[in-house]
Ligand binder design. Structure first.
Ligand SMILES: Nc1ncnc2c1ncn2[C@@H]1O[C@H](COP(=O)(O)OP(=O)(O)OP(=O)(O)O)[C@@H](O)[C@H]1O
Ligand SMILES: [Mg+2]
Length: 234
């Protein structure tokens, strides 16, 4: 049946679909790097998808295109059944702001801002009042176990704590899709388990999660694991 797939015994609609997705880079005009080639994915809504594979196999490139941070050179990508390949930059940024939360390997927190300011930063464009921003950030920071670190700046936090602030920030817009690129590769094993547990909890609340990781704990609980090699799904 077009547009549906099975996850954990349920019939789910397709959240993200890619058709013949390719991305090439032209370095110094002559040399072409084919970062991803002919990627055809069907990611059902509310699934937990893991992308793994060796360094340079195209995982970040694919994730960035799925997350609308980058555009393919060929092929199409559909989100909620809509071909977003043809979207303008403004439409893509709206989609990103409203539907997608990002978690990065190096956290990407704003250095001089406190935890609560970092978490609530994505709410500024929507005109949310300062009081509500603080309240929402507080709830999320408590959820990730950092209720006592609201006023700390990133340099006053450990790596694991910074990643938890980044996760709280990724959740502030109630995203329907979470994109995470090696979210646990710079944090200790114990905090990695907390991050995994948080992502699992999000899945139970209906979020679609796509994670690039080498961490086999993620593979154990994923609905599907795609192994990438030389820019292709192996
Ligand atoms: N901006 C760029 N310009 C040129 N080549 C690039 C660019 N970005 C990525 N590449 C190349 O595309 C290929 C895929 O890179 P990508 O970052 O997607 O790999 P990856 O699987 O995420 O690797 P890692 O596990 O090391 O993060 C690599 O060969 C890389 O050198
Ligand atoms: Mg990468």
């Amino acid at each position: 049946m077009e547009g549906v797939n099975r996850v954990a015994g349920c019939i789910n609609e397709i959240m993200i679909k890619t058709e013949g997705l390719c991305k090439s880079y032209h370095c110094h005009t002559r040399h072409e790097v084919r970062a991803i080639q002919d990627i055809n994915l069907h990611i059902p809504k509310n699934s937990f998808v893991v992308l793994s594979g060796p360094s340079g196999s195209g995982k970040t490139t694919l994730l960035n295109i799925i997350g609308t941070l980058d555009r393919p050179t060929n092929g199409k990508i559909f989100t909620y059944g809509e071909d977003i390949t043809s979207f303008s930059d403004i439409a893509l940024s709206r989609l990103r702001r409203e539907k997608i939360g990002f978690i990065f390997q190096y956290f990407h927190l704003i250095p001089r801002l406190s935890s609560w300011e970092n978490v609530s930063y994505p709410l500024i464009p929507s005109g949310t009042s300062l009081k509500n921003r603080l309240e929402m950030a507080k709830v999320l920071l408590e959820k990730v176990g950092l209720g006592d670190r609201l006023d700390h700046t990133p340099e006053e936090l450990s790596g694991g704590q910074q990643q938890r602030v980044a996760i709280a920030r990724a959740l502030v817009n109630n995203p329907e899709i979470i994109i995470a690129d090696e979210p646990t590769s710079n944090i200790d094993d114990e905090t990695s388990k907390d991050v995994l547990a948080l992502l699992q909890e999000l899945k139970t609340s209906g979020v679609t999660i796509i994670v690039v990781t080498h961490d086999t704990c993620f593979e154990k609980i994923a609905d599907v694991v795609y192994k990438m090699k030389n820019g292709r799904i192996a």
